[in-house]
Design a protein around this ligand. Sequence first.
Ligand code: ADP
Length: 398
Amino acid sequence: MKILVINAGSSSLKYQLLDMRDESVLCKGNCERIGIDGRISYKNHEGYNVTLERDFPTHAEAFQAVLHEIVEGEGHVIGSLSEIAAIGHRVTHGGIRLAKSVLIDDSVIDTILEAAPLSPLHNPPQATTIRACRDLFGEALPMVAVFDTAFHTTMPKKARAFAVPYRFYEEHNIRRFGFHGTSHRYVTDRAASLRGKMPQRLITCHLGNGSSITAIRDGRVIDTSMGFSPLDGLLMGTRCGTIDASLVTYLMEVDNLSPAEINRVLNSESGLLGVSGVSSDFREVSAAAEKGNERAQLAVDMLEYQITKFCGSYMAALGGLDTIVFTGGIGENAIDLRRHVVENLSFLGITLDEAANSVRGEEIRISTPDSKVDVWVIPTNEELMIARDTAAFVKNEN
Ligand code: ADP
């Protein structure tokens, strides 16, 4: 069975075609700068690689060009579109109603659009892309929506609610939703497979351009660091993470900022970039820190400290800790950051296997066999998780 996975962003569309017999990737790529100009990358499993620079005013037009490469291009991997059994769509926000992956029909599209105020940059283009796929493939092709928020819907209300007047919870859905759920779920499943059983008390650290940490008991989320929006929690590439809420109105006043401007400051000019003044990219910030740049060093120190604090508080929330997982571009590759976080937590009886920790981007246990807590690096694979969810619906239908 072949499953196409689509991850549409505001001006991008990532795709992967997987053969679910062995879960191998037949081809993958990215459409960037949709609506600006346009660039498509396409790579197949035999090493064929092409980049197309062409204007793509809409996601639908970019998607059509991708399908052309998949079926008819020089590096095509299937002979006809009918070989695609189903499409899995990553959807950022499921709102308060969509709590797990669902087969898409009109009412699901309506609910994705209803949640658009909660995810204005992502849900609308994702709904548009779903409709475009429908137009191209017809209604008979099963399509499944997999939500970033879904894994977190098991959080108890005491973790979910914010201490603002309760009517906001009821009237405006003001609550902690959490994001990166598909990644946290994937590494949770992998951790269970690698250990031979589901960890009772697990902390998953997804550290990339966007970062979040999740506390998971017996496979169910009990708390997560991102909140109402993906701005909350850890400091990130350009996002500030958790700050004193009074800073918002204070900065608006002293710097004469509009709501849109303060939004830009906190989402796009803060985090690693804002503190270091060097870059939003962790590699560049840590390289500058090594050369003696003090603000870059501060940004790295702050990130390591915040990861440590979240792990400590989630350990308390879980009532102990069996396993920590690092994933995402930083979690999978940043050797020193992992070492420092594990050293900070050494009071728990965690010991690092230095040789294992020197590996980048591979699934590996980086704690020693006698460590009181298992620490793993598990490269995330959200596309595979989406493809598995999608395939499950198709299997159930047949
Ligand atoms: P996104 O959230 O956009 O999916 P990624 O998960 O790809 O992002 O993570 C990107 C981050 O990973 C960047 O900050 C980048 O610097 C960092 N990163 C990638 N490779 C390395 C590396 N070898 N060492 C340290 N950080 C790395």
